[in-house]
Write a protein that binds this ligand. Sequence first.
Ligand code: ZN
Length: 349
Amino acid sequence: MAPVRYSRRNIMSLARLAGAALWLTPEASLSAAAAAALGQDVLSPIPSWPTELRLLAPNVYAYTQASGPGVDNASLSNAGVIAGPDGLLAIDTLGPPIHAKAFKSAAQLATKQRFNRVINTHHHRDHTNGNCFFAPVEIVSSEYTRQATIDEGIPAHPYDTRPEWQTGISELKLAPPTTTLSAGATYRYGETVVEVIPAYPAHTFGDLMVYLPQQKILFAGDVAFYYVTPAGHNAHITKWIEAIDRIGRMDVDLIVPGHGPIGTRKELADTRAYLELLVAETRKRYESGMSAGRAAADIPLGRFAHWTNPERGAWNTVRLYAEFAGTLGPAQDLAAQNAAVAEYLALRR
Ligand SMILES: [Zn+2]
């Protein structure tokens, strides 16, 4: 395969568009050694990772957004690209316009192609707000994800706590999925087989994952969070663990998480271990009558304590309390979760 070439000017303009340092990695081998090299030692410090369009295999790219220790990971999600002879498939479209446009430009520049389809792994705005910059193309999701995308809409003042993300914000408009799947689907982009696999309920009640069986690559969406606290505000947490166990039975070498650096099963085992610890420790506190926010502050997280955005633990305990009470539904209980986060922050202060 011919190497992808970038001019310095293009790279600099992309970096400016992304509002962050941007690395483009034109070549990466998919050998087992390379896959292992991408994995981070669980005992090593939490890594930082770049904003980067990385070639994982011929015609297969991951797009990560820079984050790491001390960086608020909210809305810094990842995406993917599959290139075929007639166009590109996007796996999620990111959130703020400045992110979505940087991703789209990097992919089109690297492949000299245009997008003809989007798959939304789930409805959260950091994965779907960018849809409007890829439309008009087919946008595929689960039925739940489509409806939740419409219900959530675009707020009046999106990302208003992030002034550096406001460029182009007035261009954001709702572009919900156009095609819904009630089961899996298989697409072919040239020689590349692209399997869409339902994972729900897990991180939400509509998660889809994208699996490339020939390359043994999984775009897990937010079923996988690497080195950042899993956000379970719409989750069914015990079934999320079951979804991770199903991935464990798949033939997968590389996993692109919804948040965090590209990794392997090793980091997915960490996502699982965090969730499992949370279920066990939350149950004790639920049964003792402790409030969900206090439970989140009280649970010793061990090696997960330094993952960024620890306040998400209070979203997660609220979801688990609802699970234990038998009242869990797909929608977020925003009032309960805000109250729990406020209590968690007050106690941690
Ligand atoms: Zn999400």
